[in-house]
Ligand binder design. Structure first.
Ligand code: NAP
Length: 126
């Protein structure tokens, strides 16, 4: 697309969450100055409960006094991604905004990065 487009895309939206991230594409987008917006930042409807109950994420969330969804969203913003979680629950929406008053330590970011499975829930990679 970059070779053909007259106007360079400013942003691309791909499935992107701790359990599925394309590191090579993230590096490429950063090099090309194209912003990544995370498609399904919490893993997507129908999959979130597996992640919210993850045995490694729960103690991390407890150590910051946050919920697992907040930890997942904080990972997104610390990685430099735009994350717009879907919710129809006012309490969840409020909670999702409350992620700008703490910072995940490098060791926790690494633990969360390493949860990569290589398998997307809505895999569209060719
Ligand atoms: N470009 C496209 O074609 C396309 C298509 C689909 C989706 N998207 C994008 O993907 C994003 C969202 O997709 P999505 O809603 O399917 O997936 P998601 O954001 O990964 O997950 C949404 C799920 O998480 C729950 N949730 C959200 N915040 C929560 C919180 N703080 N605590 C607990 N649960 C929480 C929601 O339940 P509750 O409602 O109960 O809170 C919902 O079940 C949007 O940015 C949307 O634009 C893009």
């Amino acid at each position: 697309m970059l070779a053909a487009a007259e106007i360079k895309p400013a942003l691309v939206q791909n499935e992107n969450h701790p359990f599925f991230h394309w590191d090579d594409f993230q590096e490429y987008a950063a090099k090309e100055n194209v912003q990544i917006e995370s498609w399904y930042p919490l893993g997507g409807r129908g999959f979130t409960q597996n992640y919210f109950n993850n045995a490694k994420l729960k103690p991390i969330a407890e150590s910051y006094g946050k919920t697992v969804p907040q930890i997942l969203l904080r990972w997104q913003v610390q990685k430099g991604f735009i994350a717009v979680p879907g919710s129809s629950n006012p309490e969840h929406i409020k909670e999702s905004y409350d992620i700008f008053n703490f910072v995940l330590a490098d060791k926790d970011m690494s633990t969360i990065n390493d949860m990569q499975t290589g398998h997307g829930n809505f895999n569209m990679r060719f």
